[in-house]
Every structure is written in C-alpha cells, then in structure tokens.
Design a protein around this ligand. Structure first.
Ligand code: 5GP
Ligand code: MN
Length: 277
C-alpha cells in the first residue's frame, strides 16, 4: 500500500529494507496487543480513510503530496514501535530508562518515534529528498505519532472541530485557493493527526465479534501491567486490575467519549463511507 507514494525517495528497494527492519522492532516484546498486528491494523485503517480511490477520501480532498501520504502511513505503522506493554504512567512512576530518555510528557510516543526514525536514517529512506522535504516528512511523522497519546485526545479533536465549523461555511473544501501556504499546511497536519489518532482506536468501530477480540487482547496487556505493579508494591493503574475491572462495562465510556466523537468528524470528512457499525 505504500509503494505508489515512494517515488522520489531512495527507491523501492530502500522502502522494502526499511519495512523489514520495522517488523523486527514491532515484534521485539511479546505483548498481547501493542504488537505488529495492532500496528498493521492502524496503518490499514489510516490507508482506508486517507487513500481510497473515491473522490472524497481525505487525502484526495487535502491534495496531499506522495511524500505526505508516505509519512502518515509510516507514522501509523510505527506509532507503537517497540512498545513494551506498559503505559506512560508506568514509565513515569518507575522512572524507567525510556522516562530518562524522553521525560514525563508522551514518553512512549517519543520513544516510538525516536526508535523508528533511527531505522529510517539507517536504511537511508529519505536520501532522495531535498532537505526541506526531509524536514516535512519528519515533522509530519512526529506529529502523527504524538497525536496517539490519549492525553492529547481533547486537543486533537477540538482543533479539528473548530476547523469543521469553518469548512462547513466553505462549501466543504478542506483546502481552498485563497488560503496561504502556511494555513494549508497547518490545516493538513491537524487533519492528518486526527486520522492517525482515530485509526489508533478504530477497532471499536468494527463488528462486535472483532471488537471483542481486540478488547480482550488490550485488557490482558493492561492486567499484566497491574500484576507487575502489585508485585512491586505500586498502586495498580486505572483499568489494570484484573480482580475488579469489567472489560465490557469499561468500554462504554471509552466508546461514548472518545471513539464516537472522533468518528463523527471522520465520517463528515469523508461522507461516502460508513465507518460506524
Ligand atoms: P495506543 O497505546 O494504542 O497508541 O493508544 C491508544 C490508547 O487508548 C491505549 O493505550 C488505551 O489507553 C486507550 N485505548 C485504546 N483502545 C481502548 C479501548 O478499547 N478501551 C479503553 N478503555 N481504552 C482504549
Ligand atoms: Mn496504538
């Protein structure tokens, strides 16, 4: 799905080499949810929302360049790169090596980006691009990965909801000829952050039997963190206590307050598709 957008990069052979190296990192930890399957699932959802051939696909309406498509698809694929099965709060409270590297804000997301970008540099994926395009690729990839930090959910959603008010009065054009280059870029990037963030939590838009499988894999990982916290005498984190948490009940507020508002916006951005079952 990435190959059509890779022209102008270091060549398709380099893209293959980069993708091969990503797989190793996505399988580095034996975790039930944040592994290669979740990363592929999120990349595939991003592809559907952004790149479908029909005219209202978000990427087409945003007039994205191949460079931008590839950057966002790679961000989606790497957004949980080398996830070790513990959440940001755990890394902060245990003062892990990731915390020492990246600090308390979005510690995992910064780690995922930094590790994945090392692969991009090592495999020289960007070597065919001029420095300005390399900077755009890097900024977009970083912004999309940071947008998957759930603590940024309200900001990502609010930015786009405000933009939608304006877009509704602009004949539904996402970018228009009278906008400055900076305005176009800012709007594009905010919408792309929303696409990757919503794809990250999109399993809740699937048929019930599919949702259930993902949810139990996710909660098994949460519960494993809770077990370790209990062993270490630490307070057990929210949703991580296998003795008290009911998976089905705890999905309802997440669905109502996080998933539905996001996918309402995604559906409005690309109305010919039906994302919500
Ligand atoms: P990720 O860690 O996958 O990049 O970011 C998504 C975060 O959203 C998860 O770590 C988790 O906190 C939250 N999340 C994703 N899916 C669900 C879900 O089905 N239920 C709940 N309660 N939280 C979820
Ligand atoms: Mn994720």
């Amino acid at each position: 799905m990435m190959q059509p957008y890779a022209k102008g990069f270091g060549g398709l052979a380099r893209l293959d080499e980069t993708l091969d190296a990503f797989w190793m990192g996505m399988r580095r930890y034996n975790v039930t949810y944040h592994n290669d399957m979740h990363c592929l699932d999120v990349a595939q959802m991003t592809f559907i929302v952004l790149c479908s051939e029909d005219l209202d696909a978000i990427g087409i309406r945003l007039k994205l360049r191949p460079l931008e498509y590839l950057s966002v698809l790679i961000a989606a694929l790497c957004h949980d790169y080398a996830h070790d099965g513990f959440n940001n709060g755990y890394h902060v409270k245990t003062e892990s090596s990731r915390f020492h590297l990246h600090g308390a804000d979005a510690v995992q997301e910064k780690y995922h980006f930094a590790e994945a970008f090392k692969i991009i540099e090592r495999t020289k994926l960007l070597c065919g691009l001029v420095p300005e395009d390399q900077a755009t690729f890097r900024r977009l990839m970083l912004g999309c990965i940071l947008s998957t930090d759930m603590s940024k959910h309200n900001d990502v959603l609010k930015n786009v909801q405000e933009m939608m008010l304006q877009i509704r009065s602009d004949q539904h054009e996402l970018v228009t000829d009278d906008m400055s280059a900076d305005e176009v870029q800012e709007r594009k990037e905010q919408l792309l952050h929303l696409v990757v963030h919503s794809s990250d939590i999109s399993f809740l838009t699937r048929p019930m039997h599919v949702q259930q499988e993902w949810a139990y894999l996710l909660f098994e990982e949460f519960f494993h963190q809770g077990d370790i916290e209990r062993e270490k005498g630490l307070p057990v984190s929210f949703l991580c206590d296998r003795e008290t948490v009911n998976v089905a009940k705890s999905q309802k507020p997440f669905l109502d307050f996080a998933v539905m508002p996001l996918f309402k916006v995604v559906s409005e951005l690309s109305p010919s598709k039906d994302y919500l079952y």
